[in-house]
Design a protein around this ligand. Structure first.
Ligand SMILES: Cc1cc2nc3c(=O)[nH]c(=O)nc-3n(C[C@H](O)[C@H](O)[C@H](O)COP(=O)(O)O)c2cc1C
Length: 408
């Protein structure tokens, strides 16, 4: 069975696993090292409890909010994810789904579709950048995103080039030519539905990064772009302030896990931060983002917008993040599973699942809006939170131990 409506994100993931060639599914599962962070992102949400009321509940509920000045109908936005060889329409299908459900699309620098096409599909698009290339090159890329109509920038900083996964990394070709197609064929042929979806378009999956090329030049390959990123001297806080100044509009810094960094982000003039560990793909043993959220929201939530990403798989998770101080959340794998399972409709399905689950939580907790959620709505086990960077002696709690993710 490929496509069709699914009732949970777990089911979308099962269908994605069935439909995609093993290496494509493995690239989406990602994670790093032992998978401690990947697992903790999921496990931590399950530790938080709700106790619903039974009478006097609100018959009408509203979950709208805004992120960096953009009104959205639910506090869930699309997180940027790199090359989406999951579906022929890739990021354009995701952007359309987000627009259909009244929310924001974020486009990765490593995306497979041009920013112009994505903004045409969703006028509320943020463009994500890494610190890569010279300042001149970065400026040129920002100018292109601005000219295309991107409404904000996401600067993703949580990347330490860690490599290796205990469950094995997928083989990703640099480009799909005849030789690589032949090597890829055995696993692709076992996934005729996925193969057919590309065959119909007459194109092979796009492994280039069109938003990183200069006008008139061919797009670099994924690994070509990765090499440019690895070769760029690492940014300072002054560099980040320069980037923000250069963009001059709404600016989200993604990947914050410490109080001292959150405060420096405020000083650098950002509009928003996302408390994040890159979905468990970066430095393994970083605790779940939800554990680090409360201290950071308390420290800077009155000065900038605080968002969260990592581990959101149900509407109740969204409610928990909002109750602990997030203004909204970003989702990654959830919509990738939806896209793989059923294209644009699958991503809409995922957003509907999150809306439905959030609405149930808000109903049961006796509110009329997700904006009313607070810590009083949760049972928070002792020792749940993690706090880093208030002072060097306060990093007392270690991350929870976890086993490696289920293998592909
Ligand atoms: C396959 C994959 C590719 C990703 N690529 C990017 C990227 O290009 N830029 C970025 O800022 N984050 C990237 N991320 C991180 C996501 O934006 C987000 O932080 C993470 O997926 C959230 O965790 P979740 O998948 O549990 O929702 C990627 C994540 C995955 C799973």
């Amino acid at each position: 069975m490929s496509g069709g409506w699914f009732e949970t994100i777990a089911e979308a993931q099962r269908r994605a696993k069935k439909r995609l060639p093993a290496s494509v599914y493995g690239a989406l599962l990602a994670g790093s090292e032992r998978g401690v962070t990947y697992e903790d992102n999921l496990a931590a949400f399950a530790e938080l409890g709700f106790a619903p009321h039974v009478a006097g509940l609100s018959g009408q509920r509203d979950h709208s909010t805004s992120v960096m000045g953009i009104d959205i109908s639910l506090p869930v936005i699309i997180s940027p994810t790199g090359v989406q060889a999951v579906h022929p329409e890739g990021e354009v299908a995701v952007a359309r789904a987000a627009a259909a459900r009244g929310t924001i699309m974020s486009l990765s620098s490593f995306a497979s579709k041009p920013v112009e096409d994505v903004v045409a599909a969703n006028e509320n698009t943020f463009y994500q950048v890494y610190w890569m290339g010279t300042r001149e090159v970065m400026k040129r890329r920002l100018d292109r995103a601005r000219a295309a109509g991107a409404k904000g920038i996401i600067a993703t900083l949580d990347w330490t080039f860690s490599n290796g996964r205990d469950w094995g990394s997928p083989w990703i070709p640099d480009r799909l030519d005849l030789k690589t197609a032949a090597r890829f064929a055995p696993q692709a042929l076992r996934r005729p539905g996925w193969l057919w979806s590309f065959a119909k378009t007459g194109r092979v999956p796009d492994l280039t990064t069109p938003n990183l090329s200069a006008a008139g030049e061919p797009a670099p390959t994924f690994f070509g772009a990765y090499g440019e990123w690895m070769g760029t001297p690492l940014p300072t806080w002054e560099d980040i302030a320069w980037l923000r100044e250069e963009w001059g509009g709404p600016f989200l810094l993604k990947g914050v896990s410490r109080l001292d960094d959150a405060r420096r982000a405020v000083d650098a003039g950002v509009t928003a931060i996302s408390v994040s560990n890159h979905g468990g793909n970066n430095l393994d043993s970083t605790p779940a983002a939800i554990r680090m959220l409360p201290a950071i929201a308390d420290a800077v939530g009155d000065q900038i917008e605080v968002l969260l990403d990592g581990g959101i798989r149900r509407g109740g998770d969204v409610a928990k993040a909002l109750a602990l101080g997030a203004r909204a959340v970003l989702i990654g794998r959830g919509y990738l599973w939806g896209l793989a399972a059923n294209g644009q409709a699958g991503v809409e399905n995922v957003l509907d699942i999150l809306r439905g689950g959030l609405d149930s939580a808000v109903l049961g907790l006796g509110h009329s809006s997700a904006r009313e959620l607070s810590r009083d709505d949760l049972w928070i086990p002792e020792g749940f939170t993690r706090e880093f960077g208030r002072s060097s002696s306060s990093n007392a709690q270690a991350p929870a131990a976890a086993s490696a993710p289920e293998l592909v």
